[in-house]
Design a binder for this molecule. Sequence first.
Ligand code: FEO
Ligand code: CA
Ligand code: CA
Ligand code: CA
Length: 620
Amino acid sequence: MSTRFLDLSDPARRHVLRGSAALAFTAALPRAWGADTAKHLGTLGFKPVPASTADTLQVPEGYRATVLAPWGEPVGLPGQMPAWRDDASQGAAEQAAQMGMHHDGLQFLPLGPGGQRGLLVVNHEYVDDGLLHTDGTETWTAEKVLKSQAAHGLSVIEVAQHNRRWQHVRPSPYARRVTAQTPMALHGPAAGHRLMRTAADPSGRRVLGTFNNCALSLTPWGTVLSGEENFDNYFVSQADPPDLHHQRWGIGPRSWSRWHEFDERFDATRHPHEPNRFGWIVELDPQDPSSVPIKRTALGRACHEGGWVALTRAQRAVVYATEDAAFEYLYKFVSQGRMAPGGAAANRELLDKGTLYVAQFEPGGRGRWLPMVQGQGPLTAAQGFADTAEVLIKARQASDALGATRMDRPEWVAVDATSRWVYCSLTNNRERGRPGKPGPDAANPRAENHMGHIIRWREDGDLDGLAFEWEHFVLCGDPQQGQPHWQGNVRGDPFACPDSLAFGPGQVLWTCTDMGSGSTERDSTRAFGNNAVLACDPATGRFSRFMTGPVNAEFTGVCFAPDGKTLFVSVQHPGESPRGRNQPQQPDRYSRWPDQRPGARPRSAIVAVQRDDGGVIGLA
Ligand code: FEO
Ligand code: CA
Ligand code: CA
Ligand code: CA
């Protein structure tokens, strides 16, 4: 669908992108903070905001926020700029030229030196069909399925500062939408495998689209990695007896998307291999809107929150990959080759060859990376792993067989380039210790873990080490209240359910909370108010609440301009209904952010936060 709007043959469009701006961008990597951030290491310098339940975006005194690119705004495709309509009456084709819904992982890529201009790449994780369509789901049609598919995926937009205020640049030769219908390539060991072939794609190498994209990260060679998270919810499988492979991946008789009713490839009973083509990490080159996104199968299949690249001293790419699902796993990929100078073009195959490992945390603060290599240990043909591709496609089953550690929903990873501690947020796992479920273990120490925790580890030797030391960085909760096992050990402002993690200027660790919107989730976390962005002072380990969001919104994808003077973050699902879907008759029942007009549909958006005095975000 989106290819209709991307004229790949337009030479004028290609010419612009091969110009000097793209070269300057590559030169700006790897990311180094501006000179005036270094002297502030370890000194947070803002007045924390109080917890809030108001339907507003709250930033500290002396800061301001600019709303950019809400759902339904045209992304800026030249000649294709359908305007937002308050009643959401835009059709599927218009939606494919507009910002998708439910903005998630976000990254800023500077264009040229100075960071006054750049690209924002954002995932659109999922949709609320009650808001997406004028009459919600009262009727269900092929056009609505296409519109839902067009509101998923990713957007690339150009932004620039005018008088120190960020604006969305439209039209832009970089503007792009990637949707659930965009043609993509499968690369790596599973590409072309028997289990990847379908009636529509006998090659097993071409797939349409990506969806439920959660975290987004930057690679050192200038591309982004996007995780395909809860893809299982988009398929139905009604095989009798149940297909055990589908069952292990949570694919059953119901689908939250209802796409299968008008798009038969989402009926896994009829097309049992189609789900195998999702759950990968997708690499996209945002500088080249004619590039084909690539699913990197060497990184393994999971309900991927995302993947994060760091380099060993020998320039090997290490990708930490997380699976945000209760009792699932944490992965690490080590490339066989080394990163080459020359940006994306020089590293097109770097993530296609290497070794995947899964984490095993041991008591006493030690852990190991277990190789997921066909033929080794239990990963044999006799055990159902005929070849490397089958190990990667059935990564959950392989991790089960290896006895890896079943985690409390691993979300984001952030690597401290200085200390080499690797941080991972484990958002929560209310099921741990319940009847029939695994109990607490060393790394996931709390039964009914409502509050989540952040774990960190340091590899033996370099980042490609096969063993590590680990510790809990923080057990979340409120030390002053709640059940004893929910209280945790947070210093500073209490918080729960960490999700996004990122290092900002001054080596400050930032996190965004995702406490959910459903009433059962909120029973234990209501005292924290709305979701927040917090900063952790690296010298003291104290957390300070930096921002709070509108009602039932979550922040995600916190990232920074290279000079450290702008914080970008997605505000996702403002006004989300505790029952999961809003009613179009009363779209503003819970929130009308950001438009504020009575009856306005709440819209996910990006916000750019800056200091009034032009200083570095968060520091003194
Ligand atoms: Fe989509 Fe794991 O949050
Ligand atoms: Ca997330
Ligand atoms: Ca989450
Ligand atoms: Ca969420």
